[in-house]
Design a protein around this ligand. Sequence first.
Ligand code: FAD
Ligand code: NAD
Length: 496
Amino acid sequence: PGTQLPFDPEKKTLVVLGSGWGTTSLLKTLDTTDYNVVVISPKNFFLFTPLLPSVAVGTLNPRSIIQPTRYITRHKTRQVSVIEAEATDVDPINKTVTFVDNSDIKGSVSSTTISYDYLVYGVGAEVQTFNIPGVQKHACFMKELGDAERMQREFMDCELRKGTPSEGVETAAFPGQDSKEIDRLLHMVVVGGGPTGVELSGELHDFLEDDLKSWYPELAGKIRITLVEALPSVLPMFSKQLISYTESQFKESKIEIMTKTMVKEVKERSVVLQMPDKSIVEVPCGMVVWAAGNKGRKITQDLMAKLPQDQTNRRGIAVDDFMQMKGANGIFAIGDCTATSYAPTAQVASQQGAYLARVLHQIARRDALQDRLSALEQVHAALPPVVAGDVADAAATAEAEAKKVEEEKEELKRQLAKFKPRPFHYSHQGTLAYIGSDKAIADLPFMNGNFASGGVATYLFWRSAYLSTLFSLRNRTLVATDWLKVKLFGRDVSRE
Ligand code: FAD
Ligand code: NAD
């Protein structure tokens, strides 16, 4: 009774954890006729993260940058089970996964354990707060779809999440508001000068410049954005000239960059900063966005702790060149949950996913050959021995039978010896980031070197690159329509 997984006892079971960049790319390429495929993820959709900051300021509709996982799996040759649930435990010894239904609506069963032959582990990472006081309680994050939606609401609102410093634009516009209070309310602090923090600052600036100024002319000129970065410069992964270009553009846009400055605490109405000279300064602000990097999820730490001999890298799961988790049997890990020589980016995760899909196809063929070989070995063992005194015909038949089996076994062994998957090879397509005011920066590989560009033309390239990378025609249409709507009518500043 109940929902049964499409199960073929002849096939091995492949469980896929996650519906992000790595696993979605895997699902797109995977030959689902090879396995019983089960996908488990707490979000039943894929999120196109590069455009998340655009959702935070209302340029894009949240629905435009997500794609339900079933949209992908429904086109596969063989049915795939998609389960909306959070994996809570992986047992690498008994090869099982336990998962729970975390949704508000519960059925009669909300937790279960299933077995896998192969597991693709692609659960990504979570926000790193470094246990800095007040971050979890008072800051907005920029990692999940809900974070961007919440930020947009809080930006305009004054009381949505009690205890957050996001008093917002509407409160600042309240008649008779104290001018110091207006300055505080309209000061946005973005923590982290990585690409997430930079892109979000740029998007925030556009929103303030393009829309809020005309909607709230009395507040124009009072809105401030400060980007705080602990290291000596923002965007360390970009070339020096693009870092300088971004810094000068931010200066022009009146986005203040504070480098060598570390956030020590986030309070209800301020941030506490450790300045380059080590002095401590408390800066009043209306909203704090935390984009200070990521760390491994608890389930990943728990899984690694079960293989202490091989899993000692604090950055994440150690894998070999074939994306196999070291020390585990049948687990492959891809994307941000791994510790490799590659940066934790969508580009890396999606290439790893597509690569692994091809390897899994080879593995399915190898397993089929091995199963046939084992079956033949059993047949061989069961063949009656040729005994002296047998009737000549019977002896000849038994001998011919044994020879046939032996020949097939040799052929299978030859084919198995050919099974040598190539190691994963990453092909870098370049790094792009939007920096606001219709400008973007790009470091692109070019003739064994690097081509760095920044400006409006790069922004058009950024737009077309992301439009073509979006996984479906549906998403491309939705995003292009949102861009057009904003161009024609501006962003929506109303709130629910
Ligand atoms: P994710 O894409 O994070 O997917 C993880 C999946 O696992 C999710 O579906 C999640 O719901 C699921 N999951 C979580 N917990 C569990 C669990 N317990 N059980 C089962 N499933 C679980 N990279 C770029 O290359 N270019 C960019 O322009 C870029 N822009 C970005 C902008 C933003 C705002 C952010 C936040 C990131 C950006 N990145 C970019 C980084 C990129 O998004 C990540 O590197 C990428 O998402 C990693 O892919 P992944 O598959 O490892 O993880
Ligand atoms: P990140 O780790 O790249 O940057 C976080 C920054 O926050 C660091 O520079 C760190 O020094 C700073 N920081 C940490 N604690 C701080 C504190 N207390 N006070 C002040 N500063 C502090 O994080 P990200 O920007 O979210 O990027 C995560 C990954 O996603 C990276 O691999 C990045 O390349 C990728 N990404 C790429 C793009 C793009 O290509 N356009 C966009 C977003 C993210």
